[in-house]
Design a protein around this ligand. Structure first.
Ligand code: PMP
Length: 296
């Protein structure tokens, strides 16, 4: 994905070529918070999926730093919309990021100025993944007692980078990480679900980032009386499933073709159903879409 030539920075739309000082606190210590949001080109125009929920989580993630920022939730939603309009975006990945300036190089960032940037990346149809070959990560998910996993903090993603790089070096697309207790946690930037006999099982929220896509799938399942349960699963449980998929803003609902030597049914009717329903939601044609899909 290539970034758009314009971005939103601290209240203004500026060229992407804007540079940052090398003393920027976030560069040294991973002291940032971010979001990943999707917009979709539809026959009615560009639609953004669950924008308010993403910005709400963004504010919650930023709260980890105890800095006051001069923007309210609705102003950041407006900023995303302004950027999408300025860039004539259709299918897009939107990346808001909170970062701290270069005022001090101490670990504590009391003196460092908070900033917010919003970037937009055009998504090409060729960048859509159809199914995934996944391995177990040799790296465990960082413990929820070490970092707040329900906040999207830049530093936490070193854990994801190690897991994904190892997977790619071994010829896989992505990795599943176990949590600190040895139970299945999540992928590097997506939640995981397993299908056993037409019921959906996914790890509980305590040791993962409980994603907005995961929440969407739960609500879809409830709406359609499909069993969906949070359950702690040891890795051996993965062999009992007929099908599995990753869910996240970028992956949307992507079937897992294999997990190490376990083969899954990528054409499983329930997985195909969730893929179709999710597409209908994000493009604004599903009955539940009107709360979530914003036409800009
Ligand atoms: N887990 C992790 C670690 C992630 O980075 C993401 C992507 N934000 C997810 C799960 C899925 O979250 P969402 O559905 O909100 O994109």
């Amino acid at each position: 994905m290539t970034p758009h030539t314009l971005l939103w920075l601290d209240g203004h739309i500026v060229p992407y070529t804007h540079t940052l000082p090398l003393g920027t606190h976030t560069l040294h210590y991973g002291t940032g918070a971010f979001e990943g949001i999707r917009s979709y080109a539809t026959p009615q125009g560009t639609r953004v999926f669950r924008l308010q929920d993403h910005i709400k989580r963004f504010m919650y993630s930023i709260s980890a730093f105890h800095h006051t920022i001069p923007w309210q939730e609705h102003e950041l939603c407006d900023a995303v919309i302004a950027l999408l309009r300025a860039t004539h975006a259709g299918d897009c990945y939107i990346r808001p990021i909170f970062f701290l300036g270069d005022e001090n190089i101490a670990i504590n960032a009391v003196a460092n100025k908070p900033h917010i940037a919003i970037l937009a990346y055009a998504i090409l149809p060729s960048e859509t993944v159809k199914s995934l070959r996944v391995c177990w990560s040799p790296w465990r998910r960082v413990a929820a007692t070490a970092l707040p996993l329900d906040k999207k903090l830049t530093g936490t993603y070193l854990n994801s980078l190690l897991a994904q790089t190892t997977a790619i070096e071994q010829g896989f697309d992505d990795a599943l990480l176990l949590d600190n207790e040895g139970m299945i946690a999540e992928a590097t930037a997506a939640n995981v679900a397993f299908i056993e006999h037409n019921a959906l099982y996914t790890p509980p929220a305590k040791n993962i980032l409980p994603g907005i896509t995961r929440d969407t799938i739960f609500k879809l399942a409830t709406h359609e009386h499909i069993t969906a349960q949070e359950i702690s699963m040891p890795p051996a449980r993965a062999t009992k499933a007929q099908s599995a998929f990753l869910m996240g803003t970028m992956y949307e609902i992507t079937p897992i073709a294999s997990l190490q030597d376990i083969q899954y049914d990528v054409q499983h009717p329930l997985v195909r159903h969730f893929i179709q329903e999710y597409r209908a939601l994000v493009t604004g044609t599903h009955a539940l879409a009107h709360d979530w899909s914003l036409l800009i």
